[in-house]
Design a protein around this ligand. Structure first.
Ligand code: DP6
Length: 325
């Protein structure tokens, strides 16, 4: 087979990946835990063609060159090496979620690319091998290969840095209500952020405490304990942003509307709702609640002044091969 199509979901991290011990191999400084986001997905077709002089990348109907294409070629080169083939590839990728919403598309994009690319090259990689391959493109993509609730063990080398499921999508009825507060493209992307985070004096403390947070979060998910989950998820997000804000140069992703959502979430919690927030490298807020309250939380978020839109996602499955376009 020289053509294959794969689909993968983005994910939201409950314990964040921020900082690498090896930036090139994307070996992270700490392990992380996330949930795949059902309903949001990237679908990518890779076809190796002898006639192509170089790799071609088309995202949402637009040809992409430069650094974006180089990042794809880097993964395709690894695949070509593994399969011992030399053909260049056409990569056609579509996201079903709007770009500029602050939902990182790199996780679903590199997970779909790793799966479709390796299949198209005639390889049958295991979930672990796929997770390692996706990781080389974007760290968080390693977590979009397995399904449901996923842990990425940091590891110390390419071989032992991969993600695996800790619970199926149906294990817990969590819903992520993503409150979009800004669609402006962020100035500093994650890759640059990882590279400077060691300059924060808070990063060492964040890393030293990571095994404890991972253990608490893993257990809270397995035992479906929302109160413990809330305390560790908000702490972990705030710790990452504290490290971001105190790195050189400083990264400030919080906007007034992000704070408005944080304060509202705390208020709703004090009124009895089971709800918590987490933020990635951008101002949009991921507000996590149970299925039972999802509609109410969505409505409340929409009523806030600074919230432009709300996307609602439930726990999603693994990356998978699908029929072509
Ligand atoms: C804040 O995986 O996007 O979303 O490996 O450079 O592509 P690269 O970084 P990326 O970093 C994700 C950072 C985060 C936290 C997380 O998803 O764990």
């Amino acid at each position: 087979m020289t053509t294959a199509t794969a689909q993968a979901h983005p994910n939201i991290a409950f314990i964040k990946y921020w900082g690498n011990r090896d930036d090139t191999l994307r070996i992270p400084s700490n392990g992380s835990i996330s949930m795949n986001l059902e309903g949001l997905s990237t679908r990518t077709t890779v076809s190796f063609q002898p006639s192509l002089p170089f790799d071609e990348l088309i995202i949402n109907g637009h040809e992409v060159g430069g650094a974006g294409r180089d990042r794809i070629s880097y993964i395709l080169d690894i695949i070509r090496g593994m399969a011992n083939i030399h053909e260049r590839a056409e990569v056609i990728s579509e996201n079903n979620f709007p770009s500029g919403t602050g939902i990182a598309s790199s996780a679903s994009a590199f997970a779909a690319l790793a799966l479709a690319g390796s299949k198209a090259a005639g390889l049958s990689l295991s979930e672990r091998e796929l997770s390692r391959l996706a990781r080389r493109g974007s760290g968080s993509a390693s977590r979009s290969i397995p399904g449901g609730f996923v842990e990425w063990q940091a590891g110390a080398s390419d071989e032992d840095s991969f993600a695996f499921s800790i619970a199926e999508p149906g294990h817990w009825d969590l819903v992520d209500c993503v409150a979009i507060v800004s669609t402006i493209h962020k100035k500093t992307g994650s890759t640059e952020g990882h590279a400077i985070t060691e300059t924060s004096p808070l990063q060492a403390a964040r890393l030293a405490d990571a095994p404890r947070r991972l253990e608490i979060c893993r257990r809270a998910i397995l035992e479906r304990d929302f109160n413990i989950f809330t305390s560790i998820v908000e702490l972990d997000s705030d710790m990452m942003h504290a490290a971001m804000m105190t790195s050189t140069p400083a990264l400030h992703y919080w906007k007034p509307a992000s704070l408005e959502v944080m304060n509202s979430v705390r208020q709703w919690r004090s009124e009895g709702s089971q709800v918590c927030y987490t933020m990635d490298a951008g101002p949009n807020m991921h507000v996590i609640c149970h299925e039972m309250e999802a509609q109410l939380i969505e409505q409340r978020l929409r009523a806030l002044r600074g919230v432009q839109d709300v996307l609602v996602a439930r726990p999603g499955g693994p990356a998978k091969i699908v029929n072509g376009k």
